[in-house]
Design a protein around this ligand. Structure first.
Ligand code: FES
Length: 264
């Protein structure tokens, strides 16, 4: 029986590949990957549904947790003229989705030395002059699977407000879907990354505890401990890990301290 003929109510094996055994009680729905129809359990994410259908991700999958931006997907739904966007690892399949994976989208990335850069908006403008090709169509924002207000941060950069742009773009996972939809051909996500680097290095107030910790690391405070850990075998490391002091789940915020403070 081909997949096109399948009767989902009675057929157990509905797709090709290693994961073709239908979970008990699962209902299947049709989806289309590169134009070919597959029957997949309705509860799966796009990524798992594709694996269920026999695809193997060599690229276009990373964290599987909605963080790394490796799995952007564009899809259409039956009877719906709109393009939809999502992360394959987060978006649950719907009947008759037509899917296209975009694991990489080519976009200009400026080369710079963050140590030498002048922390002002003009530096960003000089490295990415295409910023001013933005026509404010807002397609970038509509394409963002993270709900980032892409057009707003691009506007903030043009207006010279690096701090606002850094805050607005904080949830960007660099998937590139914004750039794929931009008629001005901006690489929004690379521009935002530069802005956050400038903000983090030069503008954001420095955390005192972080400065102190870096100083301690550089002074060699932890060298002996690390050396000691490196000498341990797997069993010793596992024992140390399992027996470590752990913060109680319900400890009021900021109140817990381990008894052994030598690693702090
Ligand atoms: S695999 Fe990392 S965001 Fe989907």
């Amino acid at each position: 029986m081909s997949q096109h003929d399948c009767d989902c109510a009675t057929v157990q094996q509905v797709a090709t590949g290693d994961r073709a055994i239908l979970p008990k009680g699962a209902k299947t729905i049709p989806i289309y990957v590169m134009g070919k129809r597959y029957e997949v359990p309705e509860t799966l994410t796009i990524m798992k549904a594709m694996e269920y259908a026999g695809f193997k991700f060599l690229r276009g999958a990373g964290c599987r947790g909605g963080i790394c931006g490796a799995c952007p997907t564009v899809y259409r739904k039956e009877g719906d003229y709109k393009l939809h966007f999502g992360l394959a690892c987060q978006t649950v399949v719907e009947p008759n989705m037509y899917l296209a994976q975009i694991p990489f989208y080519p976009a200009n990335r400026a080369s710079y030395d963050i140590e030498a850069i002048e922390p002002v908006a003009e530096s960003v403008h000089a490295l990415y002059p295409e910023l001013f090709r933005c026509v404010a169509c807002n397609n970038c924002t509509k394409a963002c699977p993270m709900g980032v207000q892409v057009l707003d941060y691009i506007s903030a950069i043009k207006q010279g407000d690096i701090a606002r742009a850094a805050h607005l773009s904080f949830d960007c996972i660099q998937c590139g879907l914004c750039a794929s939809r931009c008629m001005g051909e901006l690489p929004q996500y690379h521009i935002a990354q530069l802005v956050r680097r400038i903000y983090g290095k030069y503008i954001q107030p420095k955390a005192e505890h972080l400065r102190k910790r870096v100083q301690e690391i550089e002074s060699g405070k932890y060298d002996a401990m690390l050396e000691n850990l490196q000498k341990m075998d797997k069993a010793q490391l596992e024992k140390l890990y399992k027996e470590r002091e752990r913060e109680p789940d319900m400890a009021p915020l900021g109140t817990w301290m381990p008894k052994d403070t030598q690693y702090l």
